[in-house]
Design a protein around this ligand. Sequence first.
Ligand code: SF4
Length: 689
Amino acid sequence: SAARDRYIKKTKTVCTYCGVGCSFDVWTDERHILKVEPGLGHANGISTCVKGKFGWDYVNSTDRLTAPLIREGDRFREATWDEALDLVARRFMEIRAKDGPDALAFVASSKASNEEAFMVQKFARQVIGTNNVDNCSRYCQSPASKGLSLTTGIGADSGTIKDIENASLVITVGSNAAESHPVLATRVKRAQKLGHTKVIVFDIREHELATRADQFIRPKPGTDFVWLAAVSKFILDNGLEDKAFLAERVNGLEQFRQSISTYTLAYAERETGIDAGTLETLARQIAAEERVAILWAMGVTQQCGGSDTSAAISNLLLITGNFGKLGAGGFPLRGHNNVQGASDMGAMPDQVSGYQPVGDDLVVQRHQREWGVTLRPERGLDNTQMLDAAIQGTLKAMWITGEEMSLTDANANHLAQGFEALEFLVVQDLYFTNTARYADVVFPAAASLEKEGTFTNTERRIQRLYEVMPPLKGTKPDWQIYQGVAQRMGANWKYSHPGEIMDEIARLTPFFAGVSYDRLQGYDTLCWPVAEDGTDSPLLHQERFNFPDGKARLYPATYKPRQEAPNDEFDLHLNSGRMLEHFHEGNMTFRVEGIAGKAPDSFVEVSPELAADRQLQSGQWVRLISEHGAVRLRALVTARVSGHEVFVPMNARKAEDAVNFLTGSRGDSITNTPAYKDTRVRMEVLHDV
Ligand code: SF4
């Protein structure tokens, strides 16, 4: 009816949770969310998962911050926006004058928009003059990007989510896709059901997709590199490789062959626990299949050799000719809604937007013209180095947007030391987070439903979100907050709409040359690289790889065995990850009543064998103790885990029970991504609770 139409508004937005990037129409009556309706989204069509469909009430939580907070001793008081913005600008200028620009560091949010991530790195580089800027892909996907960029020249998914359904064989490695990327996993399951796609799952945990797979293979933790190298060697030794593809499109075959010469099937069997016969069958199958897509996630990347194993995946795809055609390729599954975008936009210590190196002459000139400053050529600090520098006393100030860094980075006790050592910390978020406890100023940010911008999902698809409801009174979109501080520090920033920021991104970023809000109206999308005329690239590497000669490079990666293999004192291996209902640490999903009711707390999964050995039952409290800390959780006895494996979800209702009190600071040797999955613990059953 006309009366009804007057009040009910329907607005297109993009999911704020995972990197699948589902988009929907949200029906609202003022701030009341009536329904979430999928339909036209490129990634999802008519599908959503529980978070996308029902996970939005966090936006109206009474916990939302509605005024800036300023620390006074051990307490915080509410302040006006002017007072808080003035204070941050003044303190940043003082610290820069006293200790230099590299005494400050900036963390962009992978939940905020592309435009906002771009502004964080612009703020760091233009207003402050430092490359100390990063985003949370450092905790998850940097090794996957590195492995792919070393081999193909582009560190991103090579095809689209829909296209995965065209694969004749999908292999997932270290990815609990049915819970972490549910709508994408639905496509894999559907293709399998229709009979044209076989699914093989490699994982140490028998999660949902593993139970549905045609084959589930359980390697020993942290040994994926070994089976990948052994399968590659078998293929080459037996002449099963794609010879034409290798001759025409790939460099480095002999060096690669040499690098894997010791990875026999017998060695792989000893190291991974997968029998040699299974690996031989797999090698023959991969070589014979028409279209192989390999999907991977944190089980691969959050290891000491995350980049090497990611490169090993890409190497295997290259020798079998599985790039540049539909239904084939490498698909690292991005975690956050915009973790792809935060990296694309240059919130990284060594690259500006579009993965352009800060030291490249052309890049320096382009930015000189646009920003009026000369980019510094040296790499800045990444996320994991920032807190170390704070402890050492060289980093004095940080500005963290939308990241619960104190609980999601590894080794939470160590992080706490770093935060306490900082002279000045600014935190920008929806709520008073655990990280905000260390802050000097807390800015209340607007949620994704309250602003315009773009997100880029795991398949490089740039999608617009529109303002579903105005920012909650007292909050501001992140981009306006950065602009407020920048202007107070003398910068000539005059953006009146995120579309103007996108125009600047397009001018500075060859991958984004043809991106504009006009070309992204409504449900229209673009997969980067986007040429100036607006032609986009859903499928990469069709004619050439992104190296000067157009050829891919097989990378002679090396195996980095795990460092915390269980021993007498710490006899269990700890694995961690997402669960379907919650997103990461749970700051948003615990504030959605229906979800919190269904999944009210964290737990530790214990195998039936271990439970019998320790006389432990589901529901009993246990303490997990590692070399880095301890947490208390209820046990859940389940055959999803086996033997001496335990699994703890990343989300914790109480901050002190967060799994990252157990993880250590050791990281991937190339990207510093913490080796979360390389952690040993022991378990004590608590009888007196
Ligand atoms: Fe959102 Fe990911 Fe679920 Fe899609 S699959 S609705 S993007 S959380």
